[in-house]
Design a protein around this ligand. Sequence first.
Ligand code: PEP
Ligand code: MN
Length: 380
Amino acid sequence: MIVMLEPDSPESVVSGVLQVVSQYKGVTPRTHVISGAESTITEIYLLGSTSQVPVEAFQQLAGVRQVVRVSQKYRMIGRHSGQRVTTGFEYNGVTFDDRSVNIFAGLCAVDTPQSVDAMMAALARCGIQTTRMGAYKPRTNPYEFQGLGASCLPWVFESAGRHGVKVVAMEVTHPRHIDEIRDALEKAGNPTGVMLQVGTRNAQNFELLKSIGQQREFPVLFKRGMGITLEESLNACEYVASEGNAKIVFCLRGVKTHLGDPHRNMVDFAHVPVVRRLTRLPVCVDPSHAIGRAEAPPDGLPDIFHAIGQGIIAGASMVLVDFHPQPEAALCDGPQALRLEQLKALQRYVQIVRGAYDEVVANGDGMGSESRAPALAVAR
Ligand code: PEP
Ligand code: MN
């Protein structure tokens, strides 16, 4: 059950609700605050045996806007009736919601300080403050490059800070990687921030998901599992939120099937609106791992651009994309890496497609909703 309060409700309303909750045995409240530029919304989630708790017990309280019973599914991340706002958040000065588009362009795998610096400098030239840098690589084959691990973190974070990059998406494959990242950031004087990436291969690694959910410091980029249903991926993502961390972006990255050939995976970006309908999370697309190659048809736009277009035109607000200063020398996923010279074009392409999406939603003559819910920027 979720008790949604009126925007900007004072603390007294919250305590009034908590007081009523305390009368019901086996029910635990969890308060969730979503703050934005215009207003702050508080929702109180009632966990446990709520079937005997009457909706009226809260509905009649002053300051309560709506009470909804939710199914067992996606209690935290789900979009339940009456919830029009997408849960956004702000992290290290960057806003993540369904309005602000963020391009996380960077190295699939960190290899040398020179590559990292060249990537960061290219981002800085384009005014992009977000990147991806893989230090811990979950490889299919044990004999392939496994990533430099904690040893590269000091120079990766230093370079990010020097180039004004504020958020680095970085996959973690073990809970101890979270501590290593935290330590390295602290030692470097927190020159940048990190968004913890859950890779497709760990989408159902529940203990890892719990550890990521138990910390509130780093936001999370959750990638759907490549060989499980969307429903299973969303349930897995719920593990992170149910442990207390609601700063999540849900990422589509293609699914495994030979029907997707000649691409690396079957592009699943038609699921962007589905995720936006079923959850309140901002949605990211990763065209690099979906497509797996950097080639282009005669129009000159790589298949990767076309896939990005499919995601953005459907309402995705984040793109995770592989680049490398020398793709032929990359130690991981070189064939899908775009060249640094393509970054500006990619940025422009995303702006154009997003512009089309915004236009359709705002003035689409019935194509989209004219009265969109106000964006809320921050979740705590
Ligand atoms: C990655 O982003 O580097 C990666 C390994 O992606 P995925 O988990 O989607 O395969
Ligand atoms: Mn990769």
